[in-house]
Write a protein that binds this ligand. Structure first.
Ligand code: T4K
Length: 377
């Protein structure tokens, strides 16, 4: 085989910020044969049951409810805890975080982020609490852990619930174990762009069996049994195909995370001496998932962030500006008092500087070197 041509084809193809990591097709086929033979396609079939248990074992948590996607998991988590009124959250996230509040008739209250973690700044949360506040909805953005101790202390003082949007935080651990054990609930996303994918998919991690049971009712229209509906639930169920992909994928996730870690390390080495390009410092987590590789384009870099973003595109590198614009800048949010730019200076500056570079298992050295060459000039 002519490997020179293979490499030059690869290097000239469009490179996206991520490339879904999939199990070998041959490993999926036995699952599909079983689905085709037993005709149980959804509604808590055998793979759904197995996948919930396998995920609990892998992530080191006790109770997981699978969902069709992360957004439905978030919406349902808020409903399960009967959250109302106002909820404090971050503007520096994917829009689904705040949309889940609006879907529940809850008012988002945006609080600025901390410049080191890019997560909700605990120092700024208390000032945003009002008599209507019922919960805090922080995001472990890019899989970087929030200051969970400080957030819990504030929640305990004011009697608030905490729901973590852990869409990016699959397999992340701190000194005490899974990051997903914090707060009242955590939600995950298994979307195609995530480190672990079931094409579309998501989950809620619950602290106890009673809460899981309520969530399982809510994701199935509120059915408790064939003739009893206990709440206006939604159809949030994960189907058997998704669960099968998840089961097959789980066998390879450690290797995928190791590949991400290696790419992260090499990016850092090669970007270290470029003036005006700042990599986020590695998070303090015991285990990180390297879900995103984030650079901040600072004023001393010769190009603006958008000029660099376009230069990358012109060269076939489709990096992304996650999370620009801020959620608080979208039309349905920007009129809210907490969306005023004066209250969100760190989030605004970060959203103006951020670029997420390609990172995915199987990404070759050639691709990484091409990205670095474009950034270096
Ligand atoms: N909370 C947070 C903090 C989140 O980040 C998200 C989702 C959620 C909640 C909600 O979870 P889900 O309901 O999605 O499970 C993507 C995803 O759609 C979204 O899941 C994700 N966050 C968000 C950060 O990114 P886009 O609009 O950037 O995706 P898209 O289609 O532009 O894909 C990015 C690149 O990935 C493409 O340029 C090519 C590559 N790609 C993408 C897909 C979909 C593939 O190679 N194959 C694919 O199938 O939103």
């Amino acid at each position: 085989m002519d490997t020179t041509n293979q490499h030059s084809d690869e290097i000239n193809a469009a490179i996206y910020v991520t490339r879904p990591f999939l199990p070998p097709l041959a490993e999926l086929l036995p699952y599909l044969e079983q689905i085709w033979s037993n005709r149980q396609l959804t509604n808590g079939g055998p793979f759904h049951v197995q996948f919930e248990q396998a995920l609990c074992d892998y992530l080191g948590v006790e109770h997981i409810s699978l969902f069709a996607n992360g957004t439905l998991a978030l919406i349902t988590a808020l409903q399960a805890l009967r959250i109302t009124g106002e909820v404090i959250t971050t503007p520096y996230s994917f829009v689904a975080t705040a949309h889940a509040l609006l879907w529940n008739g809850i008012k988002p209250v945006f609080v600025d982020i901390h410049p080191d973690t890019l997560n909700l700044d605990p120092d700024k949360i208390e000032a945003a609490i009002t008599p209507q506040t019922t919960a805090i909805l922080p995001v472990h953005v890019y899989g970087r852990p929030c200051d969970t101790d400080r957030i819990q202390a504030i929640a305990d003082t004011y009697g608030l619930k905490v729901i973590y949007d852990a869409a990016h935080a699959f397999a992340v651990e701190d000194e005490g174990g899974s990051i997903l054990r914090h707060g009242d609930l955590s939600i995950l996303s298994f979307h195609a762009t995530k480190v672990f994918t079931t094409f579309e998919g998501g989950a809620i991690v619950s602290p106890d069996a009673k809460t899981k049971k309520r969530i399982d009712y809510l994701k199935n229209f509120g059915f408790a049994d064939e003739v009893t509906v206990v709440a206006p639930g939604i159809n949030g169920k994960m189907n058997e195909f998704q669960a099968a992909v998840g089961l097959a994928q789980l066998r390879h996730i450690d290797q995928a995370l190791a590949e991400r870690a290696a790419i992260d390390r090499r990016y850092r080495e090669m970007l270290a001496d470029i003036p005006g390009i700042r990599c986020l410092s590695p998070p303090p987590s015991r285990r990180h998932n390297h879900a995103y590789f984030v650079i901040l384009v600072e004023p001393e870099y010769p190009l603006s962030r958008d000029e660099l973003y376009l230069k990358l595109r012109e060269n076939g590198i489709y990096a992304r500006r996650y999370f620009y614009p801020l959620i608080s800048e979208f039309p349905m949010y920007r009129g809210m008092p907490s969306a005023r730019p004066a209250g969100l200076p760190i989030a605004i500056d970060t959203a103006r500087e951020v670029i997420c570079l390609p990172i995915f298992p199987g990404m070759t050295d050639e691709i990484r070197l091409k990205v670095i060459d474009i950034i270096r000039f």
